[in-house]
Design a protein around this ligand. Structure first.
Ligand SMILES: Cc1cc2nc3c(=O)[nH]c(=O)nc-3n(C[C@H](O)[C@H](O)[C@H](O)COP(=O)(O)OP(=O)(O)OC[C@H]3O[C@@H](n4cnc5c(N)ncnc54)[C@H](O)[C@@H]3O)c2cc1C
Length: 534
């Protein structure tokens, strides 16, 4: 039996894998796609660490900025741990070969790493590799995993965790290529399956696969979720395609202007503030644009080549010469699997969760740009270490196969099920419904309607089946499984948003515009039993 099973091969999963392996664990990394396809590759702007390479900075300022942005909903010890770990995590990534952009300052090592401004930060703190930061980090982590012979199973879709007496024993997977359902036993499991931003289908910067599968699997296995109502809306996605234009564009000096050419907000305020300011311009009938023309083509190509390419490709706009039409869309899941300070899942022993799928209480009501790449690497290491320590306390016992049998039956049943309602249409509807009714500005009556809409979809789920009956490489099947996972999470977002009668960070509610610390300086925690759509 392996020591540590890591589910998810993004930045969090790969960092955990490298650490567990280095400690001496036998490990396996399993993902529904290929590692380099993970959403981590899309991160553009940077990763925070108070190196102070460009102006003064300190770990205390990093902690203070993170706590301020979290609006009272973070665990200060966890924030401290993350921010203190940041400089050594950059040094570690550099030692692996991440090609960070450099300063020509005659110094050496991490003192030469270039740093830029991000929203809500009191210093130029984000270390970057042009605007391909996540891609470079992910590829370097993956290269390193291959070098140290870490074993991967790609195109394995997590179905369920296996538990006994509230202790994890492994997980079941659909082998997408063959169509077989398989069981992998392990002494400990790390869930690193990414966030749930893609529930806002069509209105998100996220990859299609960010459907929160791992979070739903944890819920089904008896774990909990918390802070699900806190979905971050990024101010600057391209208006037509929802493709992200990184905050680094504003950090490097870009402006936001309305149709009248007026600036209307301090562009470097935290994301919740800027997103609401844009929403309010929309309410007044204005359109909103990002203007980076004054930076000049040379600087744009040096610092933001990917943003320039994305604007040209998706919006047919040359940012050096034209203003860029933008809109805020869902970007990051602050909520997720509830974990303790050792990153162990509430309610499931030996199961750890890390990265965007988890709620380690470092982002609270609003994540700071650059703190996610930091979280996945700094806490990825912790998760790898803690999972291995737990594994060492476990016996090599036989694991029963009842979950495997159940999952085999369930997959077989999907092939014979009625298919009179096209779930792809409902996936679109779900995205629109969440964006319009559970978006930047919320209202209890409208949230109630959203809850009813979700119940209606749930009641029709037995009519949603497969149009493609191929046993192998069946993406229609994995799309349906993802959609089924998305519904309970949509329920969790709405239930938590309904309960939180106040405004705090990314959650802003009409009629309750004030932050109410007396009643709501707390996390809303939900289990499977509390959800309307199971
Ligand atoms: C466009 C964009 C730009 C961003 N820019 C920045 C930035 O500049 N700085 C910053 O700090 N953050 C940024 N972020 C956020 C950051 O990139 C993510 O929060 C972070 O990379 C998440 O890493 P992760 O390892 O937790 O998850 P992911 O990278 O999403 O990896 C999840 C893994 O789980 C696997 N998986 C999912 N479901 C299953 C399943 N059912 N079975 C098996 N495997 C599964 C996936 O295949 C994948 O390998 C950005 C995000 C986006 C979308």
């Amino acid at each position: 039996m392996i020591d540590v099973l890591i589910i998810g091969s993004g930045g969090a999963g790969l960092t955990a894998a490298l650490t567990a392996k280095e400690k001496g664990a036998s490990i396996l990394v399993v993902g529904k796609a290929y590692p380099t396809n993970s959403q981590t590759s899309m991160a553009q702007g940077g990763m925070n660490a108070a190196l102070g390479n460009v102006g003064d900075d300190s770990i205390e300022s990093h902690i203070a900025d993170t706590i301020k942005s979290a609006r009272g909903l973070c665990d200060e010890a966890m924030v401290r741990q993350m921010c203190e770990d940041a400089p050594k995590t950059i040094a570690w990534l550099e030692s692996l070969g991440v090609p960070f952009s450099r300063l020509d300052n005659g110094k050496s090592d991490t003192e030469t790493v270039a740093q830029r401004q991000m929203g809500g930060a009191s210093a130029k703190r984000a270390c970057y590799a042009q605007d391909y930061t996540g891609l470079k980090i992910l590829h370097t982590l993956y290269d390193t995993c291959l070098k140290v012979d870490i074993e991967f199973l790609d195109e394995y879709y997590l179905l369920n965790l296996i538990t006994k007496d509230a202790c994890v024993k492994g997980a079941t997977f659909l082998d997408i290529r063959t169509g077989d359902v398989k069981q992998i036993n392990a002494k400990s499991v790390i869930v690193a399956t990414g966030g749930y931003g893609s529930l806002y289908h069509g209105y998100t910067t996220n990859a299609y696969g960010s459907t929160g599968d791992g979070i739903t699997a944890v819920l089904r296995a008896g774990g909990k979720v918390s802070d699900m109502e806190f979905v971050q809306f990024h101010p600057t996605a391209l208006k037509g395609s929802s493709i992200l234009i990184s905050e680094s564009a504003r950090g490097e000096g870009g402006y936001l202007v309305n149709t009248d050419g007026q600036r209307f907000v301090d562009e470097l305020k935290p994301r919740d503030v800027v997103a609401r300011a844009i929403f309010s311009e929309f309410q007044k009938g204005q359109e909103v644009f990002l203007d980076v023309r004054h930076l000049g083509e040379e600087k744009l190509m040096e610092l933001l080549p990917q943003e320039v390419a994305l604007c040209k490709l998706h919006e047919h706009i040359n940012p050096a010469k034209e203003i860029i039409p933008i809109k805020p869309v869902a970007h990051y899941s602050m909520g997720g699997i509830d974990v303790n300070n050792a990153l162990e899942v509430t309610g499931i022993k030996g199961c750890f969760a890390v990265g965007e799928c988890s709620n380690a209480k470092v982002h609270g009501a609003n994540r700071l740009g650059g703190n996610s790449l930091l979280e996945i690497t700094a806490f990825g290491k912790q998760a790898g270490k803690n999972a291995y320590t737990f594994a060492q306390s476990q016996e090599d016992n036989e694991v029963d196969t009842s979950q495997l049998k159940e999952d085999k039956k369930e997959i077989e049943a999907l092939y014979t099920k009625e298919n009179s309602i096209n779930f792809y249409e409902h996936r679109e509807l779900l995205g629109k419904l969440l964006y319009e009714k559970v978006g930047i500005v919320r209202d209890n009556k409208i949230l109630g309607l959203a809850k009813d809409n979700i119940s209606t979809i749930k009641n029709q789920i037995h009519q949603m089946g497969l149009s493609d009956k191929s046993p192998t490489n069946n993406t229609n099947l994995t799309d349906l499984l993802e959609f089924k996972n998305a519904l309970p999470l949509a329920s969790a977002i709405i239930s938590s948003a309904l309960e939180r009668d106040e405004s705090r960070g990314a959650h802003y509610k009409l009629g309750f515009e004030i932050q109410d610390d007396e009643y709501f300086k707390r996390h809303i925690v939900l289990g499977w039993g509390e959800l309307i759509c199971k």
